[in-house]
Design a protein around this ligand. Structure first.
Ligand SMILES: [Zn+2]
Length: 617
């Protein structure tokens, strides 16, 4: 929701800086620059070895791990000043601006550190980032129970005349900041508020420890694993190493073994989880909720755990998975926790007549990135440009940096693509906000910066990285989050991009999956990496059976429009009442999402889902 006057000035400046930022690359003529950035091996080192060292994400302090301490101290110093300012400013819209700046200065360190602590290959960086997260997280919890700060906002919201004079965006952001105070226990007495801060800090620590622990591979003595499935895993002496779920392996036994061994509950993790759950439960009850799920789901589309349980019981997807398993494996047809990803793939393959091995050569990573560029250009007038990162700007040499440029508004932000597998990298595909967009006091727009993390195989001597349809769908999904961050341009960073209810944040990504599964879209970019043969013939069995580019997909204009609406009631209601209800995939993905948010915490209510039963092993 940026005012139009600002955008004009911003666009002109951005275009100038972009010209300077993009370097020419020596590329194969058969790929566009953005395709080549992902398919063509660069000549020599990609990194600028002789230029000035700029630090991670271009933040000068972060050229060394110690920089996190400097950034964290600077953010905490600024926090003190802003708290004083907020408490001494008379009620009015200025209060909301100060709150947002306060939140921005803390998030800019915490969000960046949150990513670095799990993704940086060097332990010293990870440890320094972890410390920064802890220190900023503690400050956030203290601020959320700071009575003086609360009262400055409360004076504004209690004055009806003043509230009525606020524009809807400012009013909504003020209410959201108030909501943060309320769920943090601002209404409690001093002793209980202190207890709430301590519990929140403990929960942050335990969550971090638990999540780190979920990435470690497990090993098993070779002789314990049936001989005929051992070749699916890595061997190390007398042991077999299991470093992931092998969720797409066609052999039920391989998936079952991977699931049970990789997720084998070790005593340390279980103790951490038990402590985490009981701390969450204590916090929820202390601040007035019956369970942590009720607290976590406030303000989401799902609303509460009862809705989630109801929702999961009505899922058609599981009936389809059950049917498929019954058909393929009638002697062992019960759906197990390691089954859904594989059988959903089988259902899709059968419905769309896809044989993954036939299609992979058409989906090189570069071809898929070209496809995204075409799609975003046609839908939204956006182009992706590969930029050369400066020395020290990225944490691994294979990370690519993309500038996102709109045809009339100029540079919208940056996406760092951390796509390839490497040792110690978490096995998860996800989007991280590194810096949120917001309109600064001087009228310039703070550009959003995000990271997309995938776990794709690296290119080999003979071929670039080739994607299965499932991997391609995931790439499109994560790009949906990135576009949400780039296009959800709001005045306040507190509500920018994906900073919305966690379930709602999946909507743009699910829409992107639909494009990845529509052959009219796929035909625009599927191209054999060796022969250059376009995919039209081989992909003629892709769904929908139509040859032309979708010119009348009613969802398309909706999508672009709603992206730009910013936060607030309009966007929520148009998505939730219209599009969401008719998207079966949203249902499927939400199941996983809700499992993460709600089910572990509703365990005490006796509603274990099949997905969480393994924790009881
Ligand atoms: Zn997602």
């Amino acid at each position: 929701m940026l005012c139009v006057g600002r955008l004009g000035g911003f666009g002109a400046r951005a275009a100038g800086s972009l010209q300077a930022g993009i370097r020419a690359r020596r590329v194969s003529t058969s790929w566009s620059p953005v395709g080549a950035a992902f398919n063509v091996k660069p000549q020599g080192s990609r990194l600028d070895l002789f230029g000035e060292r700029r630090g991670l994400f271009g933040v000068p302090e972060l050229s060394a791990p110690e920089g996190f301490h400097i950034a964290q101290e600077e953010a905490l110093r600024k926090t003190e000043l802003l708290v004083d300012r907020a408490c001494s400013t008379p009620p009015g819209p200025q209060i909301v601006l100060i709150f947002d700046e306060l939140s921005d200065s803390l998030c800019r360190v915490a969000d960046l550190a949150d990513f670095v602590k799990i993704a940086h290959p060097e332990p010293a960086f990870r440890e320094a980032a972890e410390e920064a997260c802890r220190s900023i997280g503690t400050m956030v919890e203290k601020l959320n129970t700071n009575v003086d700060l609360y009262q400055s906002l409360q004076k504004l919201l209690a004055d009806k005349k003043l509230v009525d004079s606020l524009d809807p965006e400012t009013r909504r952001v003020a209410e959201l900041f108030m909501f943060d105070f309320e769920i943090s226990g601002i209404h409690l007495d001093k002793e209980k508020r202190k207890r709430a801060v301590d519990l929140n800090v403990k929960i942050l620590d335990l969550s971090s420890t638990f999540l780190m622990g979920t990435n470690f591979p497990n090993k098993i003595e070779k002789h314990l694993l049936p001989e005929h499935i051992r070749h699916n895993f890595t061997s190390a002496g007398d042991h077999i190493i299991i470093d992931g779920l092998h969720a797409e392996a066609p052999d039920d036994l391989v998936r079952e073994a991977a699931y049970k061994i990789f997720l084998y509950p070790n005593a340390g993790q279980l103790k951490c989880l038990e402590e985490l759950l009981s701390s969450r439960d204590l916090l929820a009850k202390l601040v007035g909720y019956s369970t942590f799920s009720h607290r976590a789901l406030q303000g989401t589309i799902a609303k509460n755990p009862v809705m989630i349980n109801l929702f999961c019981r009505t899922l058609k997807d599981f009936a389809m998975i059950r049917e498929m398993k019954m058909k393929l494996n009638p002697r062992n047809s019960e759906v197990m926790p390691w089954d859904p990803p594989y059988y959903s793939g089988v259902i899709r393959a059968e419905r769309y007549n896809i044989e993954p091995s036939l299609y992979c050569p058409f989906f090189s990573l570069g071809a898929c990135m070209e496809g995204l560029n075409i799609l975003l250009n046609r839908l939204l007038g956006i182009s992706l440009y590969a930029e050369q990162p400066a020395k020290g700007e990225v944490w691994s040499e294979d990370v690519r940096k993309l500038a996102v440029v709109h045809e009339s508004e100029g540079l919208l932000g940056y996406i760092y693509c951390d796509f390839f597998q490497r040792a110690d990298k978490p096995h998860q595909d996800c989007h991280f906000t590194i810096r949120g967009g917001r309109l600064k006091e001087d009228g310039a727009y703070q550009l959003p910066v995000v990271v997309l993390m995938l776990n794709l195989p690296r290119s080999s001597r003979s071929s670039p990285t080739l994607l299965t349809p499932g991997m391609m769908e995931n790439l499109f999904h994560e790009m949906g989050h990135a576009m949400h961050s780039m296009l959800g341009r709001t005045r306040y960073q507190h509500v920018t991009g994906t900073r919305c209810p966690t379930d709602f944040a999946e909507v743009p990504s699910i829409l992107m999956e639909y494009f990845a599964n529509d052959y009219r879209v796929v035909n625009q970019f599927a191209r054999h990496y060796q022969t250059g043969q376009v995919g039209t013939v081989i992909l003629s069995q892709w769904p929908l059976g139509c040859d032309s580019w979708p010119s009348d997909l009613s969802v398309v204009p909706h999508w672009g429009l709603n992206f730009n609406l910013g936060f607030g009631g309009d966007r929520y209601s148009s998505y939730s009442s219209g599009i969401v209800c008719c998207l079966p995939k949203f249902v499927m993905k939400s199941q996983w999402l809700f499992t993460n948010i709600g089910f572990l915490d509703s365990r005490k209510e006796g509603s274990l889902s099949p997905y969480t039963q393994h924790w009881k092993c």
